[in-house]
Write a protein that binds this ligand. Structure first.
Ligand code: ADQ
Length: 487
């Protein structure tokens, strides 16, 4: 069986049940443990001098291969083009987009350098699965080094509509680079459609939907496949964690703080794409319009800061601190603080247990590739007395979770109404909605996501690939170099 090589920007320090580094880390590590293989990427370290050395570490069936980045590379590739250009543009925030062509140069340079680090570790029949927007040019860079292995790419964030993508000056280079992969995976049908629209209307390519399985894309002189693979969670494992934590310290403390008030809960990285300001204001609107709910409901927002060295992230943090202070000042009483706003990471088990305590899961991003928190919240519920999910229509998860109350995250009144409806929903309706969503979550758990993607990547037309060069050219060169790296 082929080895699986996962390539992602960050190789997260994973500890079982420990704080989650992000949705990508959770989904991918769970998947990799099942097949065995290697996870390659940035260690998270930034060097001011010297030369980054690759570090290879075996942990059970998984080998971790990590490299540090030089300060300039971090600034241009990570802070710059990935997070100040691509992230806002792909989340439809062209207003926050910052572009510097030197950053794009750095982005391409780091992708090429990372690819060179990986080549010596590759074997002939490895299947390579690259993740997310930091690494769009990675396959192109591997191909330039003669690598002929199957290479797939999964985009965890939305793929924007063409008119938005056109705001990124090197949009054509990016899409051409994407076409060096053999299989492209998107979170949802709308993301896939946006990509196809660009291929046909901007790149002069074509899409063929006649074959079974993924679409066939012809563009930039290459043929590749593309499909939607919505990422999932392990709902039953989360349910067990949540149940086990029911009598734990976190839940006891939370319940003591709540007395018998109802709880609305949100968990996000502190990011402007997550719609936190609008969410706070809709909670305020709820209290404003429904006096009977004052001192009867609390809102817990857990949001650990990320990318804190970027201005847009400093701004959103200040804005939220000011909003939560203002709203609390307006409604708080001696025995009640309406918004509990916490900047901490929590263990997965603690989060799951808190989700089970919450009457409403409040997940309202302005845009989100999928949003695993929505899926985790539903999974953690008590089947006999489940809470209600209020979910943005712009989260990828809304394509699947139609048992949620679906809201538009800029419609403050609409969200306040949905919160009121969720808080008052009768048990039978809550149970019916929960059961519907659990069927969906079990049918499309994270193993199904991985297996579907891997099946389609393995099935990429071997004959076509062989015509474009001898398969596995990285093999022989890789073996010699591997010995020098690991020896
Ligand atoms: P993220 O933008 O990070 O992921 P999300 O899907 O919600 O968003 O994943 C966050 C993960 O981190 C969840 O598993 C959550 O439980 C965990 N987490 C968040 N805050 C935490 C805290 N304070 N303590 C502990 N754990 C916390 C990107 C895309 C998403 C896509 C995922 C997966 O932006 O759209 O769903 O990748 O593909």
């Amino acid at each position: 069986m082929s080895r699986l090589i996962i390539v992602s920007n960050r190789v997260a320090p994973i500890s079982e049940g420990g704080p989650a580094a992000g949705g990508l880390a959770v989904g991918v590590y769970d998947a990799l443990k099942e097949t065995g293989g290697m996870w390659f990427g940035w260690s998270g370290d930034v060097l001011s001098s010297g030369q980054p050395q690759i570090k290879v570490e075996e942990r059970g069936p998984v080998t971790f291969a990590t490299v540090a980045l030089m300060r300039r590379d971090y600034d241009q590739y990570y802070r710059g083009f990935s997070n100040a250009t691509l992230w806002p543009a792909f989340h439809y925030r062209a207003d926050l987009l910052h572009y510097d062509r030197h950053d794009f140069g750095g982005y391409c340079r780091v992708n090429a350098w990372l690819a060179q680090q990986l080549v010596p570790l590759l074997r002939e029949d490895d299947v390579i699965w690259v993740h997310d927007y930091h690494l769009i040019p990675f396959a192109q860079a591997l191909r330039a080094s003669g690598v002929k292995n199957r290479i797939g790419f999964f985009l965890h964030i939305p793929f924007p509509a063409s008119q938005v993508l056109l705001a990124v000056p090197p949009h054509r280079e990016l899409v051409e680079a994407l076409c060096s992969f053999d299989l492209l995976g998107f979170q949802t049908g709308p993301d896939l459609r946006a990509f196809c629209d660009y291929i046909v209307n901007e790149a002069g390519g074509s899409i063929d939907a006649s074959a079974q399985g993924p679409l066939t894309v012809n563009a930039f002189g290459r043929t590749l496949r593309a499909s939607a693979y919505p990422i999932g969670v392990y709902p039953d494992e989360i349910a067990e964690l949540a149940k086990a934590g029911e009598r734990g310290k976190a839940v006891r403390t939370m319940k003591a703080t709540l007395h018998s008030r109802k709880l609305i809960m949100s968990v996000d990285r502190l990011d402007y794409s997550k719609g936190l300001v609008e969410r706070f204001r809709a909670f305020e609107r709820l209290l404003e319009h429904t006096a009977a709910l004052r001192n009867k409901v609390s809102f817990l927002q857990i949001a650990p800061p990320t990318r804190a060295d970027l201005h847009a992230y400093q701004d959103i943090r200040l804005q939220l601190e000011s909003e939560s202070g203002r709203i609390n000042g307006r409604f708080a009483e001696l025995d009640w603080t309406p918004i509990l706003y916490i900047h901490k990471q929590y263990e997965r088990s603690v989060l799951a247990a808190l989700f089970r305590t919450a009457h409403v899961g409040y997940v309202t991003p302005l845009r989100d590739g999928m949003n695993l928190v929505a899926k985790e919240y539903v999974s953690a519920q008590d089947p006999d007395d489940p809470g209600v999910l209020v979910l943005s229509r712009f989260a990828g998860a809304a394509q699947e979770l139609d048992g949620a109350l679906i809201v538009n995250p800029v419609d403050i009144d609409g969200m306040a109404e949905a919160l009121a409806m969720a808080l008052g929903m009768p048990l039978a309706e809550r149970q019916a909605r929960y059961r519907d969503m659990m069927v969906q979550l079990r049918e499309n758990n994270v193993s199904v996501w991985r297996d579907n993607f891997m099946r389609d990547l393995q099935a990429v037309d071997g004959a076509k690939r062989a015509r474009s060069g001898k398969a596995g050219a990285a093999g022989a060169r890789g073996k010699a170099a591997r010995e020098s790296v690991t020896g």
